[in-house]
Design a protein around this ligand. Structure first.
Ligand code: ADP
Ligand code: MG
Ligand code: ZN
Length: 479
């Protein structure tokens, strides 16, 4: 039987505000357990929450980045449930009237572009963390009250690959806004995946399961693939799907049931009485819109036009905002040869980041320093090969290109006097090869060029070397 796959994703993004959502406690990661807490985030009776304006700003930024509609009046609600790491017994979240709704992002999968709708983006607070060990469970409430956005997609994703593309797009756009680094491995982006099957073409949705514990985009893809097959086999053997929350087991590469899925009425949502409605003005939204950077899709298009590059190259350069910024900075400082600049950022800078396991924001060479190096390469004062070695040296020592080139005497040898001496010596030391060359074995020219390059550590000018060699080896008599 043919089935349609229906997937909707709920993405939680941890925001990089300095302080928590409703108190002034620090959100700094990695502190000693329970050192960044106060009566508000510990849930002491009578402690009152105060809304962090940065949370609202981040939510609106996310809304703008996802073409969402933004409510000038929204409200917080209490989501009630018991869990040891939730000291208040409820989470402050949004239910009715979330701050953003009705957005979309455009994804690209297998060369096809497609819009995926967003039902809503709402603000909420994180819970604490339970630390399980053999001697028992400990609770760290440093994370309690850290601000989150929940981004809920329409059930418009139709394959695990589209889910992967959707997550990549959301991450890229949010990282551009700067509200979060969206690192799934570090937990600043978490994703739950809802999935159901229905007979192909049928208008009614099937019963869904919700997958949790997905700690990388690849795992989302794998877990969905597994779950599609599980549901398919069950349905085709006459079984039914029970709505449930399933955990992805990375070791076993399978899903298993965690609990029956709760319905929203289980949470007894009601408006948060301790916080007034969130009121924002159109001006606030407009100002933020102006402050936000150009989004990656538009930036990619602009790169293609302005710098005359292929779509694939523009995509690589605009994938991360910091790389795109770096490239544009470099081109400003070194406008002579945009193609060369692109080549070096794409090839060398990305290579260095990968080798040194650095993020895009940690490029170890200033754009101005690379610009200086590229002047040498562009003038052909040094060979590209030498340039790459100089770049590595710049990374290691922090020295400028000019200093390294000078210290190591790396300038290309284009002085024919100097080359002449070197070549004379080589010819003198290779009498057999010289004789064979003169008797018609002209392929040996390559051997001599190789010798010159070896003697000059690759710094001899190819053209001049060739010319001098032909001159000095003398006429060839055909045998
Ligand atoms: P909940 O309150 O259980 O989180 P929501 O209505 O907020 O449920 O939907 C959560 C997610 O589930 C959304 O991303 C939505 O697109 C998706 N979803 C809803 N129905 C289905 C379905 N039948 N199959 C797959 N996904 C679905
Ligand atoms: Mg939900
Ligand atoms: Zn606090």
């Amino acid at each position: 039987m043919k089935w349609d796959v229906v997937i909707g994703l709920e993405v939680h993004v941890q925001l990089n505000t300095k302080t928590k959502a409703f108190c002034a406690c620090s959100t700094q990661y990695g502190a000693e357990p329970n050192t960044q807490v106060c009566p508000v985030c510990l849930g002491y009776p009578g402690a009152l929450p105060v809304l962090n304006e940065e949370l609202v700003r981040s939510a609106v930024a996310a809304g703008i980045a996802t073409h969402s509609k933004i409510r000038t009046k929204s409200q917080f609600s209490r989501k009630n449930y018991f869990y040891p790491d939730l000291p208040k017994g409820y989470q402050i979240s949004q239910y009715d009237d979330p701050i953003c709704y009705d957005g979309y992002v455009e994804i690209e999968n297998e060369g096809k572009k497609k819009k995926i709708g967003l039902i809503r983006i709402h603000m909420e607070e994180d819970s604490g963390k339970s630390l399980h060990s053999e001697s028992g469970t400990l609770i760290d409430l440093n994370r309690s009250g850290v601000p989150l956005l929940e981004i809920v997609s329409q059930p418009e994703i139709h394959s695990p690959q589209e889910a992967y593309a959707y997550l990549t797009t959301i991450k890229q756009r949010l990282r551009y806004t700067g509200i979060s680094n969206c690192n799934m491995e570090e937990g600043s982006l978490r994703c739950d995946a809802n999935i159901s099957l229905k007979p192909a073409g049928s208008p009614a949705f099937g019963t869904r399961t919700e997958l949790k514990n997905l700690n990388s985009f690849r795992n989302v893809e794998r877990a969905l693939t597994f779950e599609i097959n599980r549901q398919k086999e069950l349905l085709e053997s006459g079984g039914t799907i029970t709505q449930a929350t399933l955990l992805w087991d990375e070791q076993k590469q399978e899903t298993r049931q965690m609990r029956g899925k709760e319905e929203s009425h289980d949470y007894r949502y009601f408006p948060e009485p301790d916080l007034p409605p969130v009121l924002i003005t159109e001006d606030f939204i407009q100002n933020l819109r102006m402050q936000l950077p150009e989004m990656p899709d538009l930036r990619k298009e602009r790169f293609i036009d302005k710098y005359d590059m292929l779509e694939d190259d523009a995509a690589v350069l605009t994938n991360e905002k910091e790389i795109a910024d770096y490239f544009e900075n470099l081109v400003k400082l070194f406008p002579n040869n945009v193609k060369l600049a692109r080549h070096w950022v794409q090839g060398e800078i990305l290579r260095i980041l990968k080798e040194q396991n650095l993020s895009a924001g940690q490029i170890p060479i200033k754009a101005s320093h690379l610009a200086e190096l590229l002047q040498f390469v562009d003038r052909q004062d040094i060979t590209p090969q030498t340039g790459k070695a100089v770049l590595d040296e710049m990374c290691a020592t922090g020295k400028s290109a000019a200093i390294i080139i000078d210290e190591k005497a790396l300038m290309k040898i284009a002085d024919s006097g100097e080359l002449s001496t070197i070549i004379d010596k080589i010819i003198q030391n290779s009498p057999k090869e010289s004789a064979r060359y003169r008797s018609g074995k002209i392929q040996l020219l390559a051997y001599f060029i190789g010798q010159v390059m070896k003697a000059t550590k690759g710094q001899a000018d190819q053209g001049i070397t060739r010319k001098l060699l032909i001159e000095k080896l003398g006429p060839v008599t055909e045998g």
